[in-house]
Design a protein around this ligand. Structure first.
Ligand SMILES: Cc1cc2nc3c(=O)[nH]c(=O)nc-3n(C[C@H](O)[C@H](O)[C@H](O)COP(=O)(O)OP(=O)(O)OC[C@H]3O[C@@H](n4cnc5c(N)ncnc54)[C@H](O)[C@@H]3O)c2cc1C
Length: 444
């Protein structure tokens, strides 16, 4: 069936033939079809990573295959969402080892982007916890791979944006928890220097993330709120929480009912939001114990929040700079506040060492910002690209909708990745709008 599809940023929108399958034997003919395709999970990548002439949706291929509740090992088909996995594992005292800022992605998508969370510095990205997985190649052969068996396929599939084949089964390790609550601390930082010191001071916490006011200048440049957290123990819960220590969050969601007119979000409204957000914490430090949803997935509480940016959509710009390139962070934040192109969801995280071939994460700081699509935005992001490149940084491919191929220069194993894609996908049968734009698959 032909459909107009987009990623979470609603830009670009592409007409695509969408195929889907429920049973294993329905996948082979879809792969044999002569039209090229790209695997698609829940479309939560922001740009064109899971868009193309044809998509193969995995959403109906979503069964749990096994769950070892003693050792914390979970095995499933790729279309299951993190939200569905959590509903099964949390009541048994287990949690996802790594989770991004939304639980509305699939396990296939977690592999395809090799997602990271607020714990990357201490605990790495999703691929670190994969025991083994099956990949169905363009030839229709199914290959089981691990970090040591068919290791080239494993490495190029984790973070490989679906270009090696369709992941059809994943077995991975879970993280033991004693309750479904998080003990969190929020600390206000007056400016960027203080924030970076706080990141160091709290580096032993499993989870760390900061919101930054990217429009402030002068003494308050980079004012922010750092949030750190740990899974809470039973003793840390209050009496009410102790009644059900593995409580699941309520399923209620608010809905953003329509696309906001594009003039509503402007420098003035972003400044007003930033002021309210920063001053909501009237104390320097606040300690609390909250359910995992409000710690990990605050945005999921509002269904379709992407409509806030209007019908033209938005681009998320996420880059990482090496630890020593603080000046690059300052330059980029200055350019944004000078242009008045502020983003109110501006998130800074610390990342740990690079641990896989093509994944985004490397040691340093990563900043993610949203820019509504307006005239001049794409040109402005090209300017930011130059700063990112100059400081040895890179852009997160799964958030991208517009960068040029040269921006992949600081992915050190890019050429090796491309050659493995060519080995397993020799005729470019598996390709996305993004892989064509970034020259990851040869243009036909
Ligand atoms: C609000 C929000 C917050 C986010 N926060 C983070 C974050 O903190 N950290 C982070 O790392 N990411 C984050 N992301 C990005 C998101 O986690 C990734 O884009 C993820 O890959 C989306 O998964 P999906 O199931 O929606 O897949 P899609 O968006 O449909 O696809 C993403 C990629 O995975 C590939 N893929 C999907 N399924 C398969 C499969 N079965 N086999 C092979 N390839 C497959 C696709 O081809 C595509 O290249 C966030 C996204 C949103 C919307």
């Amino acid at each position: 069936m032909k459909k107009w599809l987009s990623g979470w940023g609603n830009y670009p929108v592409i007409e695509s033939k969408e195929d889907s399958f429920v049973f294993t034997d329905q996948l082979a003919p879809l792969i044999e079809d002569e039209l090229p395709f790209i695997p698609r999970g829940n479309g939560r990548s922001y740009g064109d990573s899971s868009l193309g002439e044809r998509t193969i949706s995995t959403l109906k291929y979503d069964k749990i295959l096994s769950f070892d509740t003693v050792n914390g090992v979970f095995e499933c088909q790729p279309g299951i969402t993190l939200s569905q996995v959590l509903e099964v594992i949390v009541p048994q005292g287990w949690f996802l080892p790594v989770t991004p800022g939304t639980k509305l992605i699939t396990i296939g998508g977690a592999v395809g982007s090799n997602v990271h969370g607020k714990n990357h510095r201490k605990e790495g990205s999703f691929s670190k916890y994969i025991i083994d997985m099956d990949v169905r190649l363009a030839s229709n052969a199914v290959v089981t791979c691990t970090a040591s068996e068919n290791a080239d396929l494993f490495e190029a599939t984790c973070g490989g944006m679906g270009l090696t084949g369709v992941v059809t089964r994943v077995k991975f390790r879970l993280k033991k928890i004693n309750t479904s609550y998080i003990k969190q601390k929020q600390i206000k930082a007056e400016n960027l220097d203080e924030l970076l010191l706080l990141f160091e001071k709290y580096q032993d916490f499993s989870y760390t993330v900061a919101w930054i006011d990217c429009l402030k200048k002068g003494e308050q440049f980079g004012r922010s709120i750092l949030t750190v957290g740990e899974h809470a123990t039973l003793n840390e819960l209050n009496d009410e929480q102790k009644k059900n220590p593995f409580q699941l969050p309520a399923k209620k969601m608010l809905n953003f009912p329509f696309n906001l007119p594009s003039w509503v979000l402007n420098t003035f409204t972003v400044r007003a939001f930033n002021f309210l957000y920063y001053t909501k914490n009237f104390k320097k430090e606040i300690d609390s114990v909250v359910l995992y949803d409000s710690f990990f997935y605050p945005l999921d509480a509002i269904n379709n929040w992407n409509r806030m940016y209007g019908k033209n959509g938005f681009v998320q710009y996420q880059f990482v700079l090496p630890l020593e390139a603080k000046q690059g962070l300052v330059e980029i934040l200055n350019r944004i506040s000078d242009k008045g192109m502020g983003s109110f969801l501006t998130v800074l995280k610390a990342l740990g060492k690079q641990e896989s071939m093509i994944s985004f994460c490397r040691e340093g700081y990563t900043l993610a910002l949203d820019f509504p699509l307006r005239s001049g935005v794409l040109e402005f992001l090209d300017e930011l690209d130059e700063i990112v490149l100059k400081y040895g940084g890179r852009i997160y491919i799964t958030k991208d909708a517009r960068m040029k191929p040269g921006m992949l220069a600081n992915y050190p194993e890019l050429e090796k990745f491309k050659s493995i894609v060519k080995k397993y996908n020799p005729d470019g049968k598996i390709r996305s709008a993004q892989s064509d734009r970034l020259l990851l698959t040869d243009i036909k």
